[in-house]
Write a protein that binds this ligand. Structure first.
Ligand SMILES: *Cc1c(COP(=O)(O)O)cnc(C)c1O
Length: 483
């Protein structure tokens, strides 16, 4: 490791306590004190070596451009390159969020129209494009629920109810928004138990959070009944839209009775994700919640000009700097225009077909079992419990062995109500050949040599990591890279 000269902390503190003008000489002294005293020890390589090094590193990565990525609940679909190309145009990429409204009419028109498109797709009345992720959308949604109840002098509602299949971000967001979390058990079909829900709802319930289809990939067919029960108690119904890829053009959360929804543009609307890049989790609401949406709202006046409206006295304020992740919003807008209404509907149909094709072929092999109802939407959850009992092969082992075949594993150990879970979401952008190859590989792994599977992966840059050791003895600084 290289290190600069000793950091003069007392001098820095002295500087911070007085004004900059008075301290020109002290600043110089401080700057000199942090200058390097020895030459930097960096490797001296030629261009060929540098290019090869970084190229090799890039090849160790795996992304949707490398192959199938059936990570359940994440909708890792192919990201059309034309969306990237257009979003990179300087007309878009060189605009600044502080520019005058009159100079960014085109950008505002895109945001305005995207809000209308998302409203149409979900059956909601209004949208806010601000949240930068699904989880931030949930947080905004719950702040809106609180503002709504407060406005109606209903501020004794302190509880948020969730099914035990809920994504981990749901309870986390509800807790961040200051709510107590009540988890209810699913019924034997893997869906919401109406009796349990009815008993749990009370004048203390602020909101019931649900995704439909749920995280098992099962459509909650009693959704209208659920909606009736929730509204009868005076609570709101929240839709986690991360599974919207299953139902676009087929069914709308707004029509099912949901009051607040969030979407994941970086899932359903094909903007790149993974690796912690920018995301987008817009929130849609019914009319009765509109006045609480974040500022600024994007509006259009009688002359057809777009403008920011900050004059909304009941707004919960701002949830993120500026107006959301513009380039992500732009890519989703292009994607929706390219697909059109029928295209989106067809995407959902193929996503559901692909998931059910894989599900039926894999379960027919009898190596993996699938608990709960048999019909699934865009994803399905298998269990390796039987495989574990018979051969001591766990979901984690299957996932690791898939890596040896150059395939990205599914989500594992989620949702928690399925033991040894493998959650598979192929999406609509994979060919039958890709699906067949994945199915065959999974079946093959279930029968493979025990030691081979247990000691996998062998063909990857990094072997099986010691996850227990990493949890008990985390090393999170530069020493981790050196060891
Ligand atoms: C991905 C996901 C979320 C959270 O979205 P982020 O963008 O990752 O914050 C919430 N709920 C479900 C069901 C999801 O799949």
């Amino acid at each position: 490791m290289y290190r600069s000269a000793r950091f003069d902390e007392p001098l820095l503190n002295e500087l911070l306590s007085t004004s900059i003008k008075e301290n020109k000489t002290k600043i110089d002294k401080f700057q000199n004190s942090i200058k390097r005293t020895e030459a930097i020890n960096i490797p001296n390589l030629d261009e060929t070596q540098v290019v090869r090094h970084f190229n090799r590193l890039s090849q160790m990565n795996y992304g949707i451009d490398t192959g199938i990525y059936p990570l359940g609940s994440c909708t890792m679909k192919y990201n059309p390159k034309i969306c990237e190309e257009i979003a990179a145009w300087p007309h878009f990429s060189e605009t600044h969020p502080h520019q005058d409204e009159s100079t960014i009419q085109g950008n505002l028109q895109i945001l305005f129209e995207l809000e209308r498109m998302l409203s149409e797709i979900t059956g909601m009345d209004f949208f806010s494009l601000q949240p930068a992720a699904g989880a931030q959308g949930e947080f905004l949604g719950l702040l809106l629920a609180r503002a709504y109840h407060d406005y109606n002098n209903d501020n004794y509602r302190t509880e948020v109810i969730l099914p035990d299949t809920a994504h981990g971000t749901n309870p986390a967001s509800a807790a961040m928004a200051g709510y107590n979390i009540i988890e209810i058990a699913s019924n034997s079909e893997g869906t919401v138990d109406l009796d349990t829900l009815e008993k749990t709802l009370s004048e203390k319930t602020a909101c019931f959070m649900l995704t439909n289809p749920n995280t098992l990939g099962i459509f909650e067919s009693e959704i209208l009944e659920i909606s009736k029960l929730v509204h009868k108690s005076g609570a709101l119904l929240y839709y986690d839209g991360a599974n919207m890829n299953a139902i676009m053009g087929k069914a709308r959360p707004g029509d099912m009775g949901f009051d607040i929804v969030h979407l994941n543009l970086h899932k359903t609307f094909s903007t790149p994700h993974g690796g912690g890049g920018p995301g987008s989790g817009p929130v849609g609401v019914k009319m009765k919640i509109e006045k609480f949406l974040p500022v600024p709202r994007i509006c259009k006046n009688n002359y057809g000009e777009y403008y920011f409206d900050y004059d909304t006295p009941y707004s919960i304020g701002k949830i993120k700097a500026h107006y959301g992740n513009f380039s992500v919003l732009l890519k989703a807008y292009i994607y929706i225009l390219l697909m059109g209404g029928n295209g989106l509907k067809e995407a959902s149909e193929i996503a559901v077909l692909n998931a059910n094709y894989m599900k039926d072929k894999i379960t027919a092999s009898k190596n993996y079992v699938m608990p709960y109802k048999k019909n699934r939407k865009h994803e399905f959850v298998l269990s390796c419990e039987d495989l574990k009992k018979r051969r001591d092969i766990r979901a984690l082992d299957v996932a690791k062995r898939l890596l040896d075949y150059g395939l990205h594993p599914p989500t594992i150990y989620f949702p928690l109500i399925v033991k040894e879970a493998l959650m598979i979401e192929p999406t609509e952008t994979e060919s039958k050949e890709e699906l067949d190859h994945y199915i065959e590989t999974m079946i093959k792994i279930a029968k493979e040599d025990f030691e081979l599977v247990k000691n996998s992966p062998k063909n990857t840059a990094v072997g099986r990591v010691d996850d227990v050791g990493a949890t008990k003895n985390p090393v999170l600084n530069w020493q981790m890279i050196q060891s």
